[in-house]
Design a protein around this ligand. Structure first.
Ligand SMILES: Cc1cc2nc3c(=O)[nH]c(=O)nc-3n(C[C@H](O)[C@H](O)[C@H](O)COP(=O)(O)OP(=O)(O)OC[C@H]3O[C@@H](n4cnc5c(N)ncnc54)[C@H](O)[C@@H]3O)c2cc1C
Length: 475
């Protein structure tokens, strides 16, 4: 395993992104960490599943089919549960919410969201694992191709301690450096042969998204709701808490050509306090803190953010009943060629060009989101639940932080509009695989960690099967 970081947090975006040369609408704050275990050292432990509609390619939104159906994904999620310490099954029926019947005559679709008591960090998979030879503080910069350009022979790696390049050879290579750097390494490595692979090269970095989200207004309820009402209450379990979010039924989404957006309701207190969590996350995303000894401060902030978030959720559900709910939207987005990661002319210390990002939520995206919100609003009124007062978030209030980087090396059957095949193998390069959310062929609203982990296990199965490596503990 070649790892650019070490045990310390490094959330400095300037090692990865050239902020001056891209074109990002809205906020320019980023959240990730270059360290052993990656960004999961910062995450809040939120797990949400992809819905069945997320897994089908929808031509009108330029998304592609996923390589898994819901049944296969469900069994992979169960294996993920095992690793991250969820010892009771996360039921999809949401049966614990007794007053659920209220929604029987609506097209609102409840989705369960889980927040782990202790967010799992993938660094534990690496620590003390005798089967892994770890090269830390080593940045992969370039993949070297065989003479016929159909396989990788070695990778060039910048050793930060020795300040020199080294080369590492392997039978199989898996690129899992986070969405932005997966794209940087591929574009940089294949630049010399771009004319012989024009389709593939042109698709690397395209169809990028970052899960936009924002506060979109309030609901004035007809009747006050109890503070433990299922619309916004958090339920506690031994290893996690759970709550509901709401989308529209699959039939409604298809009939109305809508993307799979999702809404979360909060009591106004909870909503105000959640902003503190957002603020801390923003700070994490904007501080150019590196491993220069300030990592501990970032780590404290990260832990503080997660703790505040949990306290808020608990207080929010024990407060007085109220007649107003704040509404937060998690938006899906059309896959667009224009939303892309490119190479900047500027380089990081390792010699790998920085990422220049073009991303916007355009008027077509807004139109889709607002049609969704208007159907949702009609449903509330028709069922005497209350009135939704919509306010489109301004650019400063929208997205808050870019931390769910998806797309850029998406899955598809051929290189005309994708980068990897159903086994996550780069088209035409037999021993090169990509792992991580850069392969997502569509986005949905669900936080990505669960699905990243699920697809990674599936890739492990494929590689074990194909290369007949010895069975390991991930089986
Ligand atoms: C504050 C915050 C809160 C979040 N909360 C949630 C949440 O509640 N739920 C959820 O599902 N998701 C959440 N996320 C998102 C989630 O953490 C990420 O989507 C996920 O960790 C991304 O995984 P990845 O494998 O793509 O990349 P990463 O986890 O970033 O891993 C990339 C790895 O590659 C290494 N690397 C980078 N460049 C190189 C190179 N050149 N050579 C060698 N190694 C390299 C990095 O050091 C790192 O170890 C959150 C993210 C943040 C920042």
């Amino acid at each position: 395993m070649v790892e650019a970081g070490d045990d310390n947090l490094d959330s400095n975006p300037l090692n990865v992104i050239d902020i001056s040369s891209g074109n990002i609408a809205g906020d320019l704050k980023f959240g990730f960490s270059q360290q052993i275990g990656g960004s999961s050292n910062l995450w809040a432990g939120g797990l949400a599943k992809m819905d069945s509609i997320d897994l089908i390619g929808r031509r009108e939104f330029n998304s592609k089919d996923w390589p898994v159906d819901q049944a296969e994904l469900e069994s992979l999620y169960k294996r993920v549960d095992h690793y991250i310490g969820i010892n009771q099954s996360i039921s999809d029926e949401c049966s614990e919410w007794s007053d659920f019947d209220v929604l029987k005559h609506t097209i609102l679709d409840p989705r369960k969201m889980v927040v782990l008591n202790t967010p799992y960090s993938t660094s534990v998979l690496v620590a003390d694992n005798a089967n892994i030879k770890l090269f830390k503080n080593c940045s992969a910069t370039r993949l070297q191709l065989s003479a016929d350009n159909t396989s990788i022979t070695k990778i060039e790696v910048y050793d930060q301690a020795q300040k020199q390049n080294i080369f590492i050879s392997a039978k199989v290579y898996i690129l899992a450096a986070g969405t932005l750097t997966n794209v940087r390494i591929l574009l940089h490595s294949l630049r010399g042969i771009r004319d012989s692979i024009p389709n593939l090269y042109n698709n690397i970095g395209r169809y990028f998204s970052t899960h936009p989200k924002g506060n979109v207004g309030i609901i004035r309820l007809d009747k006050p709701l109890a503070s433990d009402h299922f619309l916004f209450a958090m339920r506690k379990h031994s290893t996690y808490s759970s709550r509901l979010q709401f989308g529209l039924s699959e039939k409604t989404l298809i009939q109305n050509q809508l993307l799979n957006h999702c809404l979360r309701f909060d009591s106004p207190f909870n909503h105000r306090a959640t902003r503190i969590f957002d603020y801390i996350k923003n700070l994490l995303g904007s501080l150019p803190i590196t491993r220069s000894g300030k990592g501990a401060l970032v780590e404290t902030l990260a832990n503080l953010g997660v703790s505040v978030y949990k306290v808020i959720d608990n207080i929010g559900t024990s407060g007085r009943s109220g007649k107003t709910l704040a509404v937060r939207a998690y938006f899906d987005q059309s896959a667009s060629l224009e939303n892309r990661i490119k190479l900047s002319d500027r380089k990081s210390q390792s010699g790998l060009p920085l990422a220049a990002i073009d991303w916007r939520f355009n008027e077509d995206d807004w139109e889709n989101a607002e049609k969704f919100l208007s159907i949702f609003s009609d449903q509330l009124r028709a069922n005497d639940l209350g009135e939704f007062l919509y306010k489109r978030p301004g650019s400063g209030e929208f997205t808050a932080i870019h931390s769910h980087f998806m797309g850029g090396t998406r899955i598809g059957p051929a290189s005309d509009d994708s980068v990897v095949d159903n086994n996550l193998n780069v088209h035409g390069i037999r021993n090169l695989y990509v792992s991580g959310p850069s392969v997502f062929p569509g986005y949905g609203y669900a936080n990505p960690f669960y699905t990243i982990a699920a697809l990674s296990l599936r890739l492990g199965d494929h590689i074990n099967e194909k290369y007949k490596f010895a069975p390991n503990k991930f089986q």
